[in-house]
Design a protein around this ligand. Structure first.
Ligand SMILES: C[S@@+](CC[C@H](N)C(=O)[O-])C[C@H]1O[C@@H](n2cnc3c(N)ncnc32)[C@H](O)[C@@H]1O
Length: 246
């Protein structure tokens, strides 16, 4: 858990805190920081469509805000990264003339860059929700990093924490069209708490199908190719011509 001073102040000053915590320790900590805190996790139910869950969360948040007090919604990671209810609650509150603001935070991807020693500026970086990546095929740039979120929820529209069958073989087959079977990749779990280490599992693409990633896992795929220089563009930008070796 990483908390900015700005977010901590918002939590402390709130009349009510609504939260989705990634681990029980964070829930306890939030309750101590602001005793008027309650979890939004109650809206999840096995087999329930996630869209219904999110709609109900948004309604609950707005109902609290309409009462007029200062409401702080705390969501794990960055509240605006791969999260629907936060953006929707801010949008609808503003439509109703209520004051709402999202504070930035540290996402799982930010932790990944730090823990795996990856600088997205070196090769570029593509970041997709894993199911979306499969059902709406994009042109994948193999010279850049690829980050796939929610690989533990592939093909799920409902909340099924105990689903037995894995859809990872489908992702493995798809990636196999782009990368060699022995291409390295990492299943990454950021630590939810400073006392614990991140879980970093290195594997090859051929091993992905059999992996069993927990819900809070993100897949990191490093570049497989090197982008080519464009001498004409370099000249137009006044850059020195690429050196020719051989
Ligand atoms: C609904 S998204 C929420 C992301 C969150 N807002 C953030 O900024 O990290 C859930 C997905 O985020 C990623 N995620 C969340 N917590 C993670 C963690 N501790 N380590 C790695 N990935 C995580 C996983 O891909 C997970 O399936």
């Amino acid at each position: 858990m990483h908390l900015t001073p700005e977010s901590r102040e918002a939590l402390e000053r709130a009349d009510e805190v609504l939260y989705l915590a990634a681990d029980p320790l964070t829930a306890v900590w939030l309750g101590r920081l602001n005793p008027n805190s309650r979890s939004l996790h109650t809206f999840y139910a096995a087999g329930k469509d996630r869209k219904d869950t999110y709609d109900e969360m948004v309604e609950d948040i707005l109902a609290a805000v309409r009462k007029g007090g200062r409401v702080c919604v705390a969501l794990y990671g960055h509240p605006g990264v791969f999260v629907m209810p936060s953006h929707e609650a801010v949008r609808r509150a503003r439509l109703e003339g209520l004051e709402a603001r999202m504070l930035p935070a540290v996402s799982a991807e930010d932790c990944l860059f730090a823990d795996l020693g990856v600088d997205p500026g070196r090769a570029g970086c593509q970041s997709y929700e894993a199911t979306d990546f499969l059902i709406r095929p994009r042109k994948v740039e193999t010279s850049a990093c690829l980050i796939l979120w929610q690989v533990g929820f592939l093909g799920m529209v409902d909340y099924s924490p105990d689903r037995a069958d894995s859809r990872l073989p489908v992702l493995g087959d798809y990636l196999r069209q782009l990368y060699p079977a022995d291409h390295p990749m990492t299943l990454y779990e950021a630590s939810p708490h400073p006392l614990f280490e991140p879980v970093i599992r290195h594997l090859e693409l051929s091993e992905l199908a059999a992996a069993e990633p927990p819900a809070m896992t993100t897949l990191f795929v490093p570049p497989a190719t090197v982008p080519q220089d464009d001498p004409e563009m370099m000249e137009r930008l006044g850059l020195p011509a690429p050196s020719v070796s051989g």
